[in-house]
Design a protein around this ligand. Sequence first.
Ligand SMILES: Cc1cc2nc3c(=O)[nH]c(=O)nc-3n(C[C@H](O)[C@H](O)[C@H](O)COP(=O)(O)O)c2cc1C
Length: 333
Amino acid sequence: MYDKVKNRLPYPVLDKLKAVRNYGRSVYLFRKDKQRFLKNFSRKNTVEEEQLKARLLFYSHSVEKGLSRENLRYGFGKTVVPELYDLVKIYHSQEYNPYNVVYLNALSVLNQYINLHQARGYDIESLIDTEEFITTYLSYDFKIGGMNEVRCETVNEKKIKNFKELALGRSSVRDYQESAVDVKKINEAIEIATKSPSVCNRQSTRVRVIRNQSVIEQALRIQGGFNGYSCPPCLLLITTDTRYFIDVTERNQVYVDGGLFAMSLLYALEYEGLAACALNTMFDPKKEAATRQLLAVSEAENFIMYMTVGNFKKEYKVPKSHRLSVDEITTYI
Ligand SMILES: Cc1cc2nc3c(=O)[nH]c(=O)nc-3n(C[C@H](O)[C@H](O)[C@H](O)COP(=O)(O)O)c2cc1C
């Protein structure tokens, strides 16, 4: 029926009808995205198992970051440590799997936090009841969470690694040497990342290489997720250009293609012997407007992420950031 009508209509009318249909589809699809997210994301006070795990991971990571700070502040985590401990109590009271690795990771991180402060004789009882934690929740001392101390012997040691070694050896590094980064290495890393696949080879990703220290400071002040670290010598901004997409069903592809490019770039930076850390660009409207103005990012561009980049120090600390196993994330159909 649709085809019969379609064949009889003049092209301008058909185009108009298609535009109306596409508009309807776009409203539906965006509404569906919104509903799915709002219905399922992990809210405060949730007791749903997966949502609770998301919050355990979020707060565990925050404490891990504090533990791996070069300039560690004893007593850090005044809000996140009590928050993490509350989540542990909720998980326990719901009688979820006590051997789940996300839960064990949270216990392990809190245990390291306690050990570190007790070794210093620093009182943290206002943040966590240490005796209650150890007797009720910590059945044994496992060390899956916390921080790792890493040595970087030579600049070129990464270049001789095979892909598995490079990927498994990469970590987000937030402390760098003060020295400037070699822009040739950055360009080579970007060149490697251009080989990332993109939908129909659309290649919508764009990179800004920011080396002006004052601009980096302003950008990171707006971003807010890098507080307490020294200003990195280089900051990259990854965006994708919406003008390279041709249908509303591609609405999320702007982030998929940008994400794929960003991951290639992270590996490529590691390969080039440069330390890096992805930083979110999850801006509220005010931060977004300020960033667009600061870095001349047009409204057509989508923020994918920032990356801080610098030269590796000889010794540095990183959060362990424990990963789920293949079994935990894979289903065979
Ligand atoms: C899109 C994205 C945004 C991120 N944002 C931040 C951030 O704002 N601040 C930060 O310190 N780390 C940030 N990270 C780094 C993650 O914390 C880190 O990748 C994660 O904990 C895993 O650790 P690893 O990269 O060392 O393996 C971000 C990572 C990604 C992929």
